[in-house]
Write a protein that binds this ligand. Structure first.
Ligand code: AMP
Length: 313
């Protein structure tokens, strides 16, 4: 493990979310793919955040992000502008987010310009946002060691060509199972992952919500379970927390070897499992490294099994 982990550069939505689930609801709460993933990554590595908010974005949210060792030098605050807003709800199938409203607001005119020091970033996470913005950020980073992207149905439907271009330029793509099927037209998740690999990224990670995650890297394949939580408050941000935990851990280790990537999938799953215990980023506010360590051990326990019994094979 590196004593002085490289920062992770993250670009993506910074949002005010209004969310309803079977257990409750929030209005204009802190959300956004970049916020969830930055906070999750910050438990492992420092973060350099690129994004934009309006002057309606509460200062307390910026203070919270800064308190987590997240550099806000790449965040623009637009006077008179309105922050990106997403509204959605979940029924009893918590794997399916139903979007009610997406307001790009200040993201519609955003031109990301990276501070000089961000251009040296080794680890880059292009969190969910317009793929054209993802490309603009990627083109400014000089010599990254690992580039990772995520997206969602909104961009698969609206900006397919730009998204395919992002895929050609990244090392790892995250997608949930429905998005992978939608983008590739393949029903089988395994075939969809292979088809995504053929579009560019050597490694593809398919998130299956409360059913765990699959890693496809070259010919290697790894399946991580999800944590069997008794109470889920709000699945929003699970995918982003997963991705943030994943890349934060990889940057902390300073290695992209397959055994590190496999463990990173488990750390990502740990972060996602905590995130869904409360609305918005609230669970992250009290989360400790001891909590993370305890849940990592539980993940290992629930997925361990003995070697093949040769006598009956
Ligand atoms: P997830 O991890 O997939 O649950 O992501 C949830 C977050 O995605 C929410 O906090 C939203 O603010 C954000 N979001 C929703 N729609 C979009 C979009 N079209 N582009 C970028 N971010 C979005």
């Amino acid at each position: 493990m590196s004593d002085n982990p490289s920062p992770v550069l993250i670009v993506g939505s910074m949002a005010l979310d209004s969310v309803r689930t079977p257990t409750g609801e929030v209005q204009d709460a802190l959300g956004g793919a970049a916020d969830y993933s930055s906070v999750a990554a910050s438990f492992y590595s420092p973060v350099q955040l690129v994004g934009v908010v309006g002057d309606d974005f509460p200062q307390e949210h910026l203070d919270f992000l800064a308190s987590r060792n997240i550099d806000l030098g790449g965040v623009q605050k637009i006077a008179g502008g309105k922050t990106f807003r997403w509204a959605g709800y979940y029924d009893f199938d918590l794997n399916i987010a139903h979007t009610l409203d997406t307001q790009l607001n200040v993201f519609a005119d955003f031109k990301p310009s990276l501070p000089e020091v961000y251009k040296q970033a080794q680890y880059v996470f292009l969190a969910n946002i317009d793929p054209e913005l993802q490309l603009q950020v990627l083109s400014q980073v000089k010599n990254p060691k690992l580039t990772v992207m995520d997206t969602m149905n909104f961009w698969i439907e609206g900006k397919r060509d730009a998204l395919l271009k992002v895929l050609r330029h990244v090392d790892i793509a995250f997608m949930n199972d429905a998005e992978a099927r939608q983008l590739t037209g393949k029903l089988s998740v395994v075939k969809a992952a292979r088809a995504l690999q053929a579009l560019g990224p050597k490694t593809v990670i398919i998130k299956k919500g409360e059913h765990g995650a699959l890693l496809f890297s070259g010919d290697d394949h790894f399946a991580a379970p999800s944590y069997p939580l008794e109470d889920i408050a709000d699945p929003t941000g699970a995918g982003d927390s997963f991705a943030g935990g994943f890349i934060g851990y990889v940057a902390q280790q300073g290695s992209t070897k397959i055994d590190v990537l496999r463990k990173a999938v488990v750390y990502g799953s740990v972060m996602a499992s905590f995130n869904v215990e409360d609305f918005s980023l609230n669970r992250m506010r009290t989360l400790s490294h001891a909590d993370i360590a305890a849940r990592y051990r539980q993940f290992r326990d629930i997925s361990f099994f003995e070697a093949l019994d040769e006598a009956i094979a």
